[in-house]
Ligand binder design. Sequence first.
Ligand code: NAD
Length: 477
Amino acid sequence: MQFNYIANATVPSYSGQSLPMIDPSDGRPFDTIQRSNAADVDAAVSAARACHSAVWSHLNGAERGRLLMRLSVKIADHADELAVLEQRDCGKPTKQARADVNALVRYFEFYAGACDKLHGDTIPYLNGYSVLTWREPHGVTGHIIPWNYPMQIFGRSVGGALAAGNVCVVKPSEDACLSLLRIAALAEEAGFPAGAINIVTGLGHEVGSALARHEGIDHISFTGSPSVGTLIAQAAAERHCPVTLELGGKSPQIVFADADLDAAVPAILNAIVQNAGQTCSAGARLLVEQSIYEPMLERLGIAFGNLRVGPAAMDLDVGPLIRQSQQQRVWDFLSDAHDANIPMVAQGQVVPEAPDTGFYQAPTLFRDVPVAHRLAQEEVFGPVLAAMSFKDEEQAVDMANATRFGLVAGVWTRDGARQFRMAKRLRSGQVFINNYGAGGGVELPFGGVKSSGYGREKGLEALAGFTTLKTVAIQHN
Ligand code: NAD
């Protein structure tokens, strides 16, 4: 049984109720978490506020930085334990779970170094005036986190908020939150004061909603689906609370005839099957120039056919989806594609060792997907790639921009001038050219446009969102 983590203590929820944690690899419950409510959120916010005014706001940047660095080292020291937790909770193959721990280590390392480098400006003004700006923390920040990358999203969101001088109340997903409860305990061991990091588990419409509405929350960072993002923004607007929204995507991979296909094919494959396609930045649409459409599909078809899907601990190419409803969601897309006579090129294989009770889905490649079909428009959040062809650069841009999302775009071409033209014309928060987000990108600002959200996390840019700017104008003669 797991408990909330408030003011450096494990505490049961006020309701006394719990929720089961289900292992996606076999569909069986293996632990329980607290089913918290508004009273638990209230307790966490009070603890955070007390910490901010009594302790955290008195630490200077270097002192905060040392704490974040110590936590980074603690996480690295417990990498195996955290990877196993995340693997079981989310159904991640071992290599993915380990990569997620490494990314978390890097987030705290990166933001540790940023704590004492955050500063304002001096601004030339009227004679006799000195004007300066200060970057001040919001105070208590709320963080609502999804199940697909709990550790990574905790790192980029909570890491940035702490570095900027805030203290945090975190509401992880009810589908995966065990790693975050453990990290909060590691933070205490690293010397974090009581109330700096608080974790309250439970259902979205109970805990998440209470957090978004709470008067004591000064900024909300939400990562999740566009529909819930709307609810969060509405709740926050009632009290004019600033919000960062990191929402979904339907990101295009655009391949021109002059591309290096040896580099493109494995990157395109990985971008749709990593984490079983349950990645906001999944490269879910493949746009290929007509003259290489057939050879490209042939190569990708072979690669898809070779993919093996199975229990997380088997560490195959792909693990299970997070839960039964997510599996059903993917099946609905597949059956719609079938009804619309969209041709399937290839499918991977679920290994015989995979229990029937697990939430498996073989990666699937479709071709000639009409631009307006929901398979080309909506987020599947599963290992399903929708391929289509284009005749020229103009059409490629039109097709790439023709969804309500704008998170990431991948462009594959050796033509330098086209690389810049494409980067300018794509409506997207990120454009990756001849790569697709290699290296984790802790240092790189990340976020969306359109229904993919607004505000930026990751990189130093995140610190602007986790602070407010105060302008001080002094008239001295
Ligand atoms: P979700 O929106 O259902 O849940 C996200 C979080 O919000 C969870 O903690 C959930 O409990 C909480 N929540 C649910 N209903 C709520 C409510 N009424 N009020 C407050 N909180 C509520 O999303 P999900 O299914 O967990 O995650 C998948 C979605 O997240 C996908 O759309 C994906 O693209 C997106 N995502 C985006 C990014 C990004 O950086 N842009 C990263 C990861 C995931």
